[in-house]
Write a protein that binds this ligand. Structure first.
Ligand code: C2E
Ligand code: CA
Ligand code: CA
Length: 642
C-alpha cells in the first residue's frame, strides 16, 4: 500500500549510486554508537537497579550476554540490515530485563519509547519496525508465561503488576505502534534530506573538479597548460635534485602553423594541433611530460636522462611524427617543427632560465631549416646579448645617420641598359665597419623600430630620385624594400604620398618591393592598401618570388607589376646544363601570361644572363653588372652608359 510506503526499510544499496558510500559509512558508524548505548543500558540495568533491589546480578548477567552478542555480531555484520535488526532487538530486550528486575513496575517500561527514538539515529525504518515487533512479541510471550506462572530471575513473570488489565496492554501497544509510524516518517525525511545534501555536495565537487581541470589543462588538446607545467616542474626539479639525475626541456614550435591557420582556417589549425598533441603523447614515455604553452608552442620534458643519446632518441621520436602526413578534415597537411633543447641542471638550475634557453635554441634551430633541433649552448646566449646590444645601438645609429642606402643596378636584359636600382640599406658603423642588413633588419622587424627604418629609407630613396633627376636621369626607377609590418601599416600610403609631394618627384620612378607574407596575413586589408598605393603611380614588385606560397590567386587579386625571381632559381642555371629549370621556366611563362614584368635576382655569370635572355626575362640584378654601391658610385655608373 502506498501510504505505508515510507515504512520500507533502507540499505545503502537502495540509495543512488553517488551517495552509497556515504550511507555505508554512516550505517557502520551508527552501529558503533549503538554498541556504546547498549553498554550504557547494561550499566543502568546492573548498577542503578542495584540501589533498590538485590536482583542486579541478573541484570549484570543477562545484560552482559546481550552486549557480548552485539559485539560479536558487529565483527561480522557491521553496517548491514541484520546488524541493525539485532541492535533493535537487544535494545528492546533490555526493557524486559528492567521490568522483570523491578517486579513488573510499569514505569520501568517507559524507556522503550526512548530506546525506539534512539534507533531513529540509524536513518533506517527497519530497526524501528523490528523494535515495535519485538515489544509486541515480548508482551504476548510474557502474557502467556504469566498465565502459566512461570518465574524468571527467581521471580514470577508479571506483566504490569499494578493490577492493570488488558486495556493498559492495549494502550501500550498502540503507543508503540504510533511511535513506530512517527519515527518511520521522520527517518524517511532524514534519508531524503541526506540524499539531496549529498547530491548538491556531489555537484559542487563536480564543478570544482571541472574548474580545477580547466585551470590545469589546455582545453583544445587536453595537454597540461603553462601553469600546470610550472607546478610539475617544481616537483620534477626537486626529484632530480634528490636523485641526482638530469632532465631535458624541449621547446617545440611549429614552423608553418601561421600559414596553415591563415590559408585553411582556424578550425583546420585547431584540428592539426589536436592530432599533434595525440601523436606527441603516443611517442613519449609514461613519465615524460608534454604541455602546450601557447598557440603552436609545446614543451616536452624528457625525464631521467642518462646521456646525450637518450635525448637524441626522444627528439628523433618527436621529429618522426611530423614525417608522416597528417590528414585533417580530408586535407593532407605537412607540418614540421623546430626544437630547442636545454638540460637540467647542466644549462641552468632555474626553470625560467631553462625555458628561455630552450626557446633560444629553438629560434636558432628555426633559422636553419625545418624539422630541425638545436641544443642550447653558451654562445647562443652570447649572441642574444650581442643582439640586444645591437638593437639598442640601432636607435642611436638612426639618429646619428649611420644608415645609408646603397644602390644595385637593375638592368634591361635585352638592351643591357641600367633602367633603375634597388635601394639596399647599409649600416656604416663607426667602430664595427660596414654591417649588412641581414644582421639587423630581422632584429628591427621584431619591434616597431622597423617602421622608423622604413620611414628613413622612404625619405632617402625619394631624395635620391630627385637628385638623379637633377643629374638629368629622370627615367631611373628606384625600388625600396618594404618589410611586412610596414606594408600592413595604414600610414604607408601617407608616407609615400608625402615623400613624392615634398620632393616633387615622379611617382613612376618609385617602386616598392613586398613579399608574399604581406598578402597571406590579413589579405583584404593589404589588397586595399596596395591598390591605393598603386593609384599614386608607384609600382609594386613581389620580392623573393618562388620561395613562399607563390599562389596564383594572390597574383591575380593583388595589384602587382613585377615579380622578382629569387636568386635560388638563378643559381640553378649552371654552365652547359639547362636541366632542372622547369620551375624557373614556369615562373617566366607565368609572368608573361599574366602581363607581369620579370626581374631576375643574383645574376653572377654571363651564361645565366644568356639563358634569361633566351627565356624572355625582362630585367636582371646581380654582381655580373654591379653590387650595391653608394649613391655617388651609382651615379658614376649611370654616367658611363650615356
Ligand atoms: P633582397 O631584397 O632579396 O635583396 C637582395 C640581396 O641579394 C641583397 O643583399 C643584395 O646585395 C644581394 N645580391 C644582389 N645581387 C647578388 C649577386 O649577384 N650575388 C649574391 N650572392 N648576392 C646578391 P643585402 O643587401 O644584404 O640585403 C639582404 C636583404 O635585406 C634584402 O634581400 C632585403 O630583404 C633586406 N633589406 C635590404 N635593404 C632593406 C631596406 O631598406 N628595408 C628593408 N625592410 N629590408 C631591406
Ligand atoms: Ca628586395
Ligand atoms: Ca629578393
Amino acid at each position: 500500500m502506498k501510504i505505508f510506503h515510507f515504512l520500507q526499510p533502507f540499505s545503502y544499496k537502495q540509495v543512488p549510486e553517488f551517495t552509497r558510500d556515504n550511507f555505508r559509512l554512516y550505517f557502520e558508524n551508527s552501529d558503533k554508537v549503538m554498541i556504546i548505548l547498549v553498554i550504557i543500558q547494561w550499566f543502568v540495568a546492573t548498577f542503578v537497579t542495584s540501589m533498590m533491589y538485590d536482583t542486579y546480578i541478573y541484570g549484570f548477567v543477562s545484560g552482559g550476554v546481550l552486549t557480548l552478542a552485539l559485539f560479536i555480531a558487529y565483527k561480522y555484520l557491521a553496517g548491514t540490515p541484520s546488524m541493525r535488526a539485532l541492535v533493535a532487538i537487544v535494545m528492546m530486550l533490555f526493557s524486559l530485563v528492567y521490568i522483570q528486575q523491578h517486579l513488573g513496575r510499569i514505569e520501568m517500561h517507559f524507556h522503550i519509547f526512548i530506546a525506539m527514538a534512539i534507533l531513529s539515529l540509524y536513518k533506517d525504518t527497519l530497526p524501528i519496525i523490528i523494535a515495535a515487533i519485538t515489544t509486541i512479541a515480548h508482551h504476548l510471550i510474557f502474557n502467556y508465561l504469566q498465565y502459566y506462572e512461570v518465574s524468571l530471575f527467581e521471580m514470577p513473570v508479571m506483566i504490569f503488576n499494578y493490577g492493570c488489565g488488558f486495556d493498559i496492554v492495549l494502550f501500550h501497544a498502540i503507543f508503540v505502534i504510533a511511535e513506530m509510524f512517527v519515527l518511520a516518517y521522520i527517518v524517511q525525511r532524514q534519508v531524503q534530506h541526506s540524499i539531496e545534501l549529498h547530491k548538491t555536495e556531489n555537484e559542487l565537487v563536480g564543478v570544482n573538479e571541472k574548474l580545477r581541470y580547466s585551470s590545469m589543462y589546455d582545453s583544445l588538446t587536453g595537454l597540461a597548460n603553462r601553469q600546470n607545467l610550472y607546478d610539475k616542474l617544481q616537483y620534477i626539479t626537486a626529484n632530480s635534485n634528490r636523485h641526482k639525475n638530469k632532465f631535458a626541456l624541449l621547446f617545440l614550435d611549429l614552423d608553418n602553423f601561421k600559414s596553415i591557420n591563415d590559408t585553411l582556417g582556424h578550425h583546420i589549425g585547431d584540428a592539426l594541433l589536436k592530432v599533434i598533441a595525440i601523436r606527441l603523447k603516443s611517442v613519449l614515455r609514461e613519465n615524460d611530460l608534454v604541455a602546450r604553452i601557447g598557440g603552436d608552442e609545446f614543451i616536452v620534458i624528457l625525464s631521467d636522462i642518462k646521456n646525450e643519446e637518450s635525448i637524441l632518441e626522444g627528439i628523433e621520436k618527436i621529429l618522426s611524427i611530423f614525417k608522416k602526413e597528417i590528414i585533417v578534415k580530408g586535407k593532407i597537411l605537412k607540418s614540421s617543427t623546430s626544437i630547442g633543447c636545454a638540460l637540467y641542471p647542466d644549462d641552468s638550475k632555474d626553470i625560467n632560465e631553462l625555458m628561455k634557453y630552450a626557446d633560444m635554441a629553438m629560434y636558432s634551430a628555426k633559422a636553419h631549416e625545418t624539422n630541425n633541433f638545436k641544443f642550447f649552448t653558451k654562445s647562443l646566449d652570447d649572441n642574444l646579448h650581442n643582439e640586444v646590444n645591437l638593437v639598442e645601438d640601432m636607435h642611436r645609429a638612426l639618429n646619428e645617420r649611420e644608415f645609408k642606402l646603397y644602390y644595385q643596378a637593375k638592368v634591361d636584359v635585352n638592351t643591357k641598359k641600367i633602367v633603375g636600382a634597388e635601394a639596399l640599406i647599409r649600416w656604416e658603423h663607426t667602430t664595427k665597419g660596414l654591417i649588412f642588413p641581414n644582421t639587423f633588419i630581422p632584429l628591427a622587424e621584431h619591434s616597431a623600430f622597423i617602421l622608423d627604418i622604413g620611414k628613413f629609407v622612404l625619405c632617402e630613396g625619394a631624395k635620391f630620385i630627385k637628385k638623379l633627376e637633377l643629374f638629368g636621369f629622370d627615367d631611373i626607377n628606384i625600388s625600396l624594400n618594404i618589410s611586412t609590418l610596414q606594408a600592413k601599416d595604414i600610414q604607408l600610403y601617407d608616407h609615400l604620398k608625402h615623400a613624392i609631394e615634398t620632393n616633387n618627384i615622379q611617382a613612376k620612378n618609385l617602386s616598392i618591393e613586398i613579399t608574399e607574407s604581406v598578402m597571406v596575413e590579413n589579405s583584404l586589408f593589404a589588397s586595399d592598401l596596395l591598390h591605393k598605393v598603386r593609384a599614386l603611380g608607384v609600382s609594386i614588385h613581389l620580392d623573393d618570388f618562388g620561395t613562399g606560397y607563390s599562389s596564383l590567386q594572390y597574383l591575380q587579386k593583388f595589384p602587382i607589376d613585377a615579380i622578382k625571381i629569387d636568386k635560388s632559381f638563378i643559381d640553378e642555371i649552371k654552365k652547359d646544363n639547362e636541366k632542372n629549370l622547369i620551375l624557373l621556366n614556369t615562373i617566366l611563362i607565368m609572368g608573361e601570361s599574366l602581363g607581369l614584368k620579370t626581374i631576375a635576382e643574383g645574376v653572377e655569370e654571363q651564361y645565366q644572363l644568356d639563358y634569361l635572355q633566351k627565356k624572355k626575362c625582362d630585367f636582371y640584378q646581380g654582381y655580373l653588372k654591379s653590387k650595391a654601391i653608394p649613391e655617388a658610385a651609382f651615379i658614376e655608373l649611370l654616367k658611363k652608359q650615356m
